[in-house]
Design a protein around this ligand. Structure first.
Ligand code: ADP
Length: 393
């Protein structure tokens, strides 16, 4: 692996995903990808080549993200093999009001990303830890930060604001929106595959462990189901989604919960896991006969459909819909149930096409098309990183 290569990193609270791309080819071929899971305890390290061949797969104990990176750096021909490496791209969930476009990371931008940690407590701290550790391991190589909030920064004021005093908006209390790197990929994929639809009004449902929806007008985001933090909007694996702020006051006043406890509760104990009491994993819930597991799935489907209606209203109409991410790409049952609820908008599902994964999920005579399109946030980061790294050479 001595050709020019880029490494893309996506740090979660206890995981580190990575992908290596060939930077000498315009198509940016993916050469390797993998993950270290359960950082902080015993977890699994997997690295696979682009053809799916497993290069490394073993249990590892890593105390933090820096230790996980040191382990990756030791792998022969691994993702951090120094030969040919020309830079790193990083997924950074929160860029705040100022950082929209990808940036080359220096001490000033690193401090800004660090200052935003309270707004993305699961994601910005590990991204900062990875940036710091890699700068130590690979002094001199450029790092490009790509922000999930960036794609949404053009929202009109009615979608960018809460109904709170202007002074707080100016301090940064805004509806930022997230999963922007995924929506950027989907917007580009639609433009390639169905340009007429891409020019129109499209609702995209990014349904993974974290879930949100986005209203695209001509490929640009005009609204999102997520707001100030990645807690807002749809119910998620362990996050509550939209919650009356009064519930939080009640937990503090009536149950005496402090801020730390409320934060852990909202991020880790709610959503599908909290409602079902069974699991945060949609596959487990779909397979379960427990009444509360069934309710959690019903609640998820109901809120995806309800949010699609709200975003169609934000767009002033709808020309198509896209499902993406773990649940959106791989669950025919959830897609089918959502699209049945959205028949009133004009979707008529083709069940056979839906079962086989589409990409077109609707019948030829459906008034509106719906698609299942696998997202690729890493490729979007690799594109931005290559553009910025080339600009600096
Ligand atoms: P993230 O990247 O946010 O961690 P993913 O996009 O990988 O999450 O999505 C994870 C979710 O996708 C989990 O709830 C998982 O159960 C769900 N999922 C994956 N495959 C399927 C499937 N075949 N059917 C239903 N849900 C699935």
């Amino acid at each position: 692996m001595q050709d020019r290569r880029l490494c893309v990193l996506n740090a979660g609270s206890s995981s580190l995903k990575f992908a290596v791309f060939g930077a000498g080819d315009d198509a940016l071929p993916r050469l390797q990808s993998g993950e270290i899971e359960r950082i902080g305890s015993e977890g699994r390290m997997q690295v696979a080549a682009s053809d799916g061949k497993v290069l490394h797969d073993r249990m590892v104990t890593t105390k933090d993200h820096a230790a996980a990176l040191s382990l990756l750096a030791e792998l022969p021909d691994g993702p951090l093999d120094k030969r040919g490496l020309i830079g790193f791209g990083h997924r950074v969930v929160h860029g705040g009001p100022d950082m929209a476009a990808p940036v080359l990371v220096d001490s000033v931008t690193l401090a800004k990303i660090e200052a935003l940690e309270p707004l993305a407590p699961l994601h910005n701290p590990p991204a900062v830890a990875v940036l710091k550790a890699l700068s130590d391991l690979f002094a001199g190589l450029p790092h490009v930060a790509c922000f999930d909030t960036g794609f949404h920064r053009g929202h009109p004021p009615v979608a960018d604001r809460f109904a709170i005093p202007d002074a707080l908006y100016r301090e940064g209390v805004r509806r930022y929106g997230f999963h922007g790197l995924s929506y950027e990929y989907i917007g580009g994929a639609l433009a390639e595959r169905v340009p007429d639809i891409a020019l129109g009004r499209v609702v995209v449902a990014h349904l993974g462990s974290g879930a949100s929806m986005c209203a695209l007008a001509g490929g640009r985001s005009i609204d999102s189901s997520m707001g100030f933090t990645a807690l807002d909007g749809l119910p998620m694996g362990t996050r509550s989604g939209s919650l009356d702020a009064g519930v939080i006051l009640w937990l503090q006043q009536q149950k005496g919960w402090d801020v730390g406890r409320v934060e852990r509760f909202l991020y880790a104990d709610c959503g599908l896991k909290g409602l079902s009491g069974v699991s945060n994993d949609m596959r487990t819930l779909l397979a379960s006969s427990a009444p509360l597991a069934k309710l959690a799935v019903d609640y998820f489907v109901y809120h995806v459909a309800r949010t699609a209606g709200a975003l169609a209203a934000a767009l002033g109409g709808i020309d198509g819909m896209v499902f993406t991410a773990g649940i959106g790409e791989r669950s025919p049952e959830i897609r089918s149930r959502v699209l049945h609820r959205l028949r009133w908008l004009g979707f008529s599902i083709d069940e056979a096409a839906n079962q086989s994964g589409g990409p077109l999920l609707t019948r030829a005579d459906s008034a509106l098309p719906a698609y299942a399109i696998p997202t690729d946030e890493e490729l979007v980061i690799a594109r931005h990183t290559r553009a910025m790294v080339q600009g600096t050479q």
